[in-house]
Design a protein around this ligand. Structure first.
Ligand code: FEO
Ligand code: CA
Ligand code: CA
Ligand code: CA
Length: 682
């Protein structure tokens, strides 16, 4: 019998939240220290339970019975839907020896595996860029060097031994970038410009070394694709809201041109070879909300932008070098952020497109799956406590190789928001995490249309208003308030769709519902969605909570019914990906505060006898969250992006000196099996 995920006891931790205080400050502008911005009276599920047991049975059998071909993004083979909910076939089994929880200041991988840093903050990206010099940073240099805090990683092969990596640079931590930094009010203006240049994303060329699965940065030669995108790169607003009055500013009376993207968290890739990158906590970059027009203030508040008090005490104060970030002068500028941005990594001159058709909110990620009839579905989460899960479905079909046609796919279609309805009586969902009598947190759901390119389905909202004020439109239609929807990913084997709900300590017991079943949900959970007929174009689905996270010794955890003495602890699931065998890889953001151990990359089969057998594959350095993950199409390499190492310390008193032993540098790491076996092998 192979070794299982036997565990060492976890340290005892205090009541503090999952993240370091500095992460809250710089990443999302202390979102969790403010009231959740969704104050709509939109019902919790417990209020709307309506005895759907009979309907549930009908939908479930429909979902399991259908064997609809589902083409996975990236060219994976279509596959029939597998047996539902842990069927009796053996399914995949992970064989590696799990990494034990730890608080070490390094990347730890399983026995038999190797890892290396591929690229880190400050490395030259654009040919001719200067070498990084911590003590003498300039904005001009940073515009050509790898940015800060890497999050999403996308892999684009060019031949068998070369590839492009796309990497998001979500945000900056100026306290760890500049000695003596206090806040944006005191910052040197050049530091502000450096921070703007360290946001955005990078395209870098990498090459394979050896035959196992090792990759490294190409540092010589032309590297024609290498590129930096920053907070000032010219971009185009496209789709039905482009040009609308809400998007016009003094600098752009057309409402179609915007400079830069902000706080790009996770993302996705498209079957036509572009990257989708998601603007998340854009709100924190704007000041002056108290001086915005009164009629604009409710929408600003719904997006977490303060409209009273002293709004000019920000961490960054971009407004000091560019007044468009001052809403008292340019109230519409904030409406031009919070989108899914599409970028072609193979065209270094491509102007990024902000796709208004996919709505505006704190976009976490964008996962593409083709519908049964070859249209494009994009699954998206809005990462805020009590916010929603969305889906876009295009009007037009994807055509392989038709680049110009495919460039229009994300500009017309239907935007939906999700409503989840449990199938157990509300009184059995008591917020403790105890399973209801039917043994599962599960039920049915529907995708509620908000608008298409021509029509709004929300009373009182035009199409453009739905797309710019998407949160307010979704509040009107009974969407389900979720526990911070993060990444979403579809299995390449079954087509089922998984969503990480990272945590929500603000959910009160009376607000628990079957899709968000735990009050004070510090550890989060993972939802499995099965679209009707396994078609991403469907408007109904069934769902089940596959993982309720935490220390498995805590009775309020659930690992799809698997023996909890044989699984690893996990908290605050964030980014997801799949290998080609259909194992779900889950990286975390918050384990130091909730479990007292470093964040990690875990992996779990979701089909067969081992469904729920979660193991830890890698851990990241002190203070870091584990971003990425990205697995190459041959399953030989997994890239992770340890973001914000040392964020619980200072430059004077560092908690991390990873990766080089001096100061912490957010980096992308490749992990591979020394013998070239598929990741997850022994
Ligand atoms: Fe940037 Fe929702 O994590
Ligand atoms: Ca149930
Ligand atoms: Ca995230
Ligand atoms: Ca993902």
């Amino acid at each position: 019998m192979t070794e299982t995920a036997s565990r060492r006891p976890l340290p005892v931790v205090g009541p503090a939240g999952g993240r370091a205080r500095a992460t809250c400050r710089f990443r999302c502008g202390d979102a969790c220290y403010h009231e959740a911005p969704n104050t709509s009276d939109n019902a919790y599920f417990g209020d709307v339970y309506a005895g759907l047991l009979s309907r549930r049975g009908m939908l479930r059998s429909g979902a399991v019975g259908a064997a609809v071909a589902a083409l996975a993004v990236g060219g994976a083979a279509p596959a029939a839907a597998g047996p539902g909910n842990g069927g009796r076939h053996a399914g995949p089994r992970l064989e590696f020896t799990p990494v034990q929880p730890n608080a070490d200041d390094r990347v730890t991988v399983p026995s038999g595996y190797r890892h290396r840093v591929v690229v880190r903050w400050g490395d030259p990206v654009v040919p001719g860029a200067p070498e990084f010099d911590f003590a003498r940073q300039t904005a001009e240099a940073q515009e050509k060097q790898f940015g800060y805090n890497c999050d999403y990683v996308g892999f684009f092969p060019i031949g068998s031994r070369r590839a492009l990596l796309w990497v998001n640079h979500e945000y900056t931590n100026e306290s760890l970038m500049f000695a003596g930094y206090t806040d944006g009010s005191d910052a040197d203006e050049e530091q502000i410009r450096i921070a703007m240049a360290a946001h955005g994303g990078s395209v870098v060329e990498i090459e394979r070394t050896g035959d196992a699965g090792e990759w490294r940065l190409v540092t010589r030669g032309r590297r024609p694709y290498n590129r930096r995108i920053t907070a000032t790169t010219p971009m185009k607003l496209t789709g039905p809201a482009a040009g609308h009055a809400l998007l016009r500013t003094a600098a752009d009376p057309s409402g179609t041109r915007v400079l830069g993207m902000l706080n790009n968290c996770s993302g996705g890739t498209t079957p036509w070879g572009t990257v989708l990158t998601a603007e998340e906590n854009f709100n924190q970059y704007f000041v002056g909300g108290e001086g915005a027009p009164e009629e604009a203030k409710p929408a600003l508040r719904r997006y977490g932008i303060a409209t009273s008090g002293d709004t000019r005490r920000g961490n960054r104060r971009f407004d000091r070098v560019d007044e468009r970030f001052d809403l008292s002068k340019h109230p519409n500028e904030a409406n031009r952020f919070g989108y899914i941005v599409e970028i072609d990594p193979f065209d270094p001159h491509h102007q990024p497109r902000k796709r208004t058709m996919l709505g505006r909110f704190k976009h976490e990620a964008a996962t593409v799956r083709l519908t049964e009839d070859q249209r494009v579905a994009v699954y998206m989460g809005d990462d805020e406590r009590f916010d929603y899960i969305y889906k876009f479905v295009s009007d037009k079909k994807h055509r392989a190789g038709a680049r110009r046609h495919n460039d229009t796919l994300l500009d017309s279609g239907t935007l939906y928001v999700a409503r989840f309805t449990g199938n157990s009586p509300a009184e059995q969902i008591d917020g403790s995490g105890a399973l209801p009598e039917d043994g599962a947190f599960d039920g049915t759901g529907e995708w509620i249309p908000l608008c298409d390119a021509q029509r709004s389905y929300v009373d009182g909202f035009t199409v453009a208003e739905v797309l710019v004020h998407t949160r307010l439109a979704a509040d009107r239609v009974g969407a389900t308030k979720m526990d911070r929807p993060e990444d979403i990913e579809a299995s390449p084997v079954t087509g089922k769709v998984y969503c990480a709900l990272t945590n929500n300590s603000a959910r009160e017991p009376g607000q628990a519902d079957e899709a968000n079943p735990r009050a004070a949900n510090r550890h989060g959970h993972v939802l499995e969605i099965t679209e009707h007929r396994n078609d991403s174009g469907a408007t109904t689905f069934t769902w089940t909570v596959v993982l309720v996270c935490g220390d498995p010794e805590d009775p309020a955890t659930y690992y799809a019914g698997y023996d909890k003495s044989r699984v690893a602890a996990i908290s605050s699931p964030d980014n997801l990906t799949f290998d080609r065998a259909g194992n779900l890889w889950i990286s975390t953001d918050g384990q130091p505060g909730t479990l007292g151990v470093n964040d990690a990359l875990h992996v779990m089969p979701v089909e067969g006898r081992h469904r729920g057998e979660l193991r830890t594959f890698a851990t990241v350095p002190v203070g870091a969250e584990c971003c990425g993950p990205c697995i190459t199409p041959d399953d030989r390499t997994v890239f992770i992006a340890p973001q914000h190492p040392g964020e619980n310390g200072t430059l004077e008193h560092p908690t991390s000196t990873w990766p080089d032993g001096d100061f912490p540098r957010p980096s992308v790491v490749a992990i591979w099996h020394a013998k070239g076996r598929k990741v997850g092998s022994a």
